[in-house]
Structures are given as C-alpha cells and as structure tokens.
Design a binder for this molecule. Structure first.
Ligand SMILES: [Zn+2]
Ligand SMILES: [Zn+2]
Length: 272
C-alpha cells in the first residue's frame, strides 16, 4: 500500500526537468510556445466526438440498437460498471498516447497542468450552464451551490493508487499528480490515500477485457469516510474501465453514492 506520491529520486528528476525546459518549445512541433504544447498542436489533438455511452464514454455507432434508454452501451449493459459516469478529455491515439507515455514512464511531469486543464474543461462543459474552462472557480462554486450546474460537482477527488512496486520503480504516481491538479482547479477536496491497493496486480496493458477484469478484481479498498459522498476517481487512461470499476466498487462498498471516472484519455475501441 502506498501513501506517497513522490520518491526522493523523482523530486531530483523533477527539478532537472524544469531547469531543462525553460524557455519552452512546443513538445510536439518544437515552435516556441507559452505552454507545453502550442495552440495549433493542441487544437489538433484527438478527441472523442459524436455520441458516446453515458456511463463509460465509449463511442457509440450511429443508430446503434444496443443502447439503453439512459444511453448506456451494450458492454455496460452486459456487465454494469460500478462507476456511474465517465469524463474524458482525449482519445487515446497519436500523439496523446505518446504524451501520456512520456508523462508516465519518463517522468515528464510538465504535462500535469496541461492534462489537468483538459479534464477540467470537459468537467465544466458537462456541468453545463454555459460555463467554460476559464470561468473563475468562485463562479463555478456559486453556480454549483445555486443548483445551476447540469450535475453537481463531486465532493471528493481521488487517484487510482499505484502498486507499491511500481511506485518504487517509477518514483511517482501520475494519477495522484493529475488528480491533485484537477481538484485544485475545481476547488474540490483531494484525498491521495482515499483508495488503497490491497493486492499487487499485473500491468493491464496487453490483457484482454476479461483478463483485465479478473486481474484487478478485489485489488482496491477504501478506509476513508466516503459515506453519502459523490466521488471522482482520476487516472491518466481508461481502456476497458476495469480498473475504474473495481476502484468504484471499493468506494460504493464504503458508502459512496455516486462515482465518476475522470481520465485524461480513453481508448476509442476499448472492447477488442
Ligand atoms: Zn506545436
Ligand atoms: Zn458503456
């Protein structure tokens, strides 16, 4: 079980990276940019557009017969995930996949802010009421309190916990960094240790859907006070949603009433 986001080595890497990245060039095209990625490159990043499952955000084929009245896809209906809703910023495709890999495996933490902004923009878009990502957070809170948001923002944000072994290897939990940045922007309470990993699992990559579900079954527990709470779980990528679902299950077992999955990117064809 891990209770830390950073190790000492990762703090050193972090400092070196920042020293190296100033002044900044766009991480994709190399032109000088005020942000990690220049505006034209950011506008070209792959997004999930068109109708999608209200629960897992998987793209829905046009005129799909296999959709519930609530707009859930066939896969969700066959085995309902424990989370209630999904918000995702990008499609897990080139070059977002490369950016996330760089973020995760090469400690390219400069992407944290950009990814967090992208998630927050989608959350506010979903919350509706005509607000945008650059809306003052006080205004968002005001709208939320007066019931003008299309849905209430969660009470708590939590990351999916990283296995202790992987935290030691990598030096940081990318989901925790991302989750904290998102929570800060939305002024929602962030709980690093809300979820705990109670058993080690194999990496999910390369596993099929059924194997993924089996691999993470019973992997999480929650000892935080979440009774009656609405919670958003943050992770960098959603593939089949198996990890999110197991994490949501632990939260629901602990009394959470509504659990959302917030991911930076989602695989467009998660079921193959
Ligand atoms: Zn660029
Ligand atoms: Zn679905």
């Amino acid at each position: 079980m891990s209770r830390r986001i950073f190790s000492a080595t990762s703090i050193r890497t972090f400092k070196t990276l920042f020293a190296r990245l100033s002044p900044q060039d766009c991480a994709l095209c190399g032109s000088s940019a005020p942000d990690v990625i220049c505006a034209p490159c950011e506008a070209g990043l792959p997004r999930l557009i068109g109708p999608s499952c209200t629960r897992c955000a998987a793209p829905l084929a046009e005129h799909s017969q296999d959709v519930s009245e609530a707009g859930e896809c066939g896969v969700c209906l066959a085995e309902l995930p424990y989370f209630d809703h999904t918000i995702t910023a990008f499609r897990y495709d080139f070059p977002v996949d490369r950016l996330i890999q760089a973020y995760k495996f090469r400690a390219n933490l400069v992407f944290t802010g950009m990814f967090a902004d992208a998630i927050v923009a989608r959350v506010l878009e979903k919350a509706g009421a005509g607000i945008h990502a650059n809306t003052n957070t006080d205004d968002v809170e005001q709208l939320s309190r007066s019931g003008q948001l299309a849905y209430p923002l969660p009470d708590l944000v939590m990351p999916t916990p990283l296995a202790a072994k992987r935290l030691a290897e990598r030096g940081f939990n990318q989901s925790a960094l991302l989750g904290r940045a998102v929570a800060l922007r939305l002024e929602i309470k962030f709980l690093t240790d809300g979820l705990q990993r109670v058993r080690e699992t194999r990496p999910q990559s390369g596993l099929k859907r059924e194997e993924r579900l089996k691999n993470v079954r019973g992997a999480f527990a929650c000892d935080a006070h979440v009774e009656g709470k609405r919670i958003a779980i943050v992770d960098d990528v959603m593939t089949t949603g198996a990890t999110f679902s197991e994490a949501a299950k632990a939260l629901k077992n602990a009394g959470a009433i509504y659990v959302e999955a917030w991911a930076c990117a989602r695989a467009a064809q998660p079921h193959h």
